[in-house]
Design a protein around this ligand. Structure first.
Ligand SMILES: [Zn+2]
Length: 237
């Protein structure tokens, strides 16, 4: 799990702009700094000031995702799920439920690997199972190369990372730690990254995520912010 956690932490500083479309190497060119974030509003998922986008990565997972879907239904919240093709292939009916429940299905790759490629197989598998073709993409670990961005665009995918994360993948994560970690970046217009599966995280870490969602949504609503999916977020074009 340490490797995954380190990779995820490292990815925060690895926004790769890449000088040329043909570049194939992955190397950190810029840091995850506020000045950089302001220059890349769509990539970091900046939307309407009165809205916060809720996104979940790495599922769908038969153990955890249904419980999250029940909770979101109870809260009346729609979210965006960046799914893995391999997880969808193992639980196709769950991908369909995401859509049936009103959520957005977006692509996170086939396996959770740092790859320069965007898997057409994953895109096709998600479309066949969910019944909709994703148009949003988030690379595993948020590592983005010029080649990856080009590959995503050529498949009709817009790449969206995040503006706030809860570090919900760690072995020591709790609902309270997730909320604490999110808090400094929890402003109107941000995109929140959480995980609905522990397939690349500490076993059972999804329970911390699940425990954080209701107080997160309640807290945002108390600030008169609307919580929803990226499709309602007003991403810059
Ligand atoms: Zn992921």
């Amino acid at each position: 799990m340490g490797v995954v956690s380190r990779a995820r932490r490292a990815s925060a500083g690895m926004l790769l702009a890449g000088a040329g479309v043909g570049a194939v190497q992955v190397a950190p060119l810029v840091s995850w700094q506020p000045a950089v974030r302001r220059r890349l509003p769509r990539l970091q998922g900046s939307g309407r000031a009165d809205h916060v986008a809720l996104t979940f990565d790495d599922g769908p997972d038969p153990e955890s995702t249904p419980q999250l879907l029940d909770l979101l239904d109870d809260l009346g919240v729609r979210a965006t799920f960046f799914v893995l093709g391999s997880m969808v292939a193992a639980a196709p009916s769950l991908a369909r439920r995401l859509v049936d429940d009103g959520h957005e299905v977006a692509l996170h790759g086939w396996h959770h690997r740092n790859s320069l490629l965007v898997s057409p197989r994953a895109l096709d598998t998600v479309e066949e199972s969910a019944g909709v073709r994703p148009d949003l993409y988030r690379p595993p670990y948020g590592v983005l190369s010029a080649a990856t961005a080009y590959a995503a665009r050529s498949l009709g995918l817009t790449t969206v990372l995040w503006g706030a994360w809860g570090a919900d993948w760690g072995v020591t994560a709790t609902p309270a730690s997730v909320l604490r970690t999110l808090a400094p970046d929890l402003v109107g217009g941000t995109t929140v990254l959480l995980h609905d599966s522990d397939c690349t995280s500490s076993p059972g870490s999804w329970r911390s995520t699940l425990g954080a969602v209701r107080p997160l949504v309640d807290g945002l609503r108390a600030r008169r912010l609307t919580v929803g999916a990226l499709g309602e977020h007003g991403l810059p074009v």
